[in-house]
Design a binder for this molecule. Structure first.
Ligand code: K1U
Ligand code: ZN
Length: 173
């Protein structure tokens, strides 16, 4: 396994639509393993392949808060149903470091995806898993949580993070 670099705003790749995974090769399995390691190290509860610079439709999630890990892998995930009921969660994003905002989304959703054995699966998610899945599928479509905020709030956050990024790049050790 290997740690990957997580790209951050305003990297234009984050606005791109990721391509479907056509074949589950050893390379894809390694990418998913590397994504898991990167997500745990960050730390985070989810990660989309595009966040490590690979614009393919692959996502890893682990919302378990206990010692025991519960990694979930999603290849070509597709949201097939969203509940009318909504919920609000304070979201963060590893590609928008240290920024959080309350985002309203459908409280539950159903997601179809392929597992590592190329088998078609479907899950019904609610609570944090539902929020996280929707956040990650948004990444695959070039959508960030700040896109749900007012233009003013979104621009403020993006400018702040971009400035922090530039300043940290200036520090040469
Ligand atoms: O996709 C990402 O950028 C990861 C993101 C996922 C996410 C968080 C909150 C709501 C929806 C989706 C994160 O993991 S941000 C970090 C975070 O939430 C966290 C970090 C450590 C412990 C617990 C949570
Ligand atoms: Zn994110």
């Amino acid at each position: 396994m290997a740690l990957k670099n997580i790209i951050t705003v305003p990297d234009p790749l984050l606005k791109s639509v990721s391509k479907p995974v056509n074949q589950i090769t050893g390379e894809i399995k390694k990418l998913l393993n590397d994504m898991l390691e990167t997500m745990y190290k960050a730390p985070g509860i989810g990660l989309a392949a595009v966040q490590v610079g690979v614009p393919l439709r692959a996502v890893v999630i682990d919302i378990s808060r206990d010692e025991e890990k519960n990694p979930l892998l999603f290849i070509n995930p597709k949201i097939t149903w969203r509940s009318e009921e909504t919920s609000i969660y304070e979201e963060g994003c590893l590609s928008i470091p240290n920024q959080f905002a309350e985002i309203e989304r459908p409280a539950s959703c159903k997601v179809e995806f392929l597992d590592l054995e190329d088998k078609k699966k479907e899950i019904k998610a609610s609570g944090l898993l539902s929020t996280c899945l929707q956040h990650e599928v948004d990444h695959l479509n070039g959508i960030l949580f700040v896109d749900y905020l007012s233009k003013l709030k979104k621009n403020y956050i993006i400018k702040k993070v971009s400035k922090q990024k530039k300043n940290s790049e200036k520090i040469v050790v």
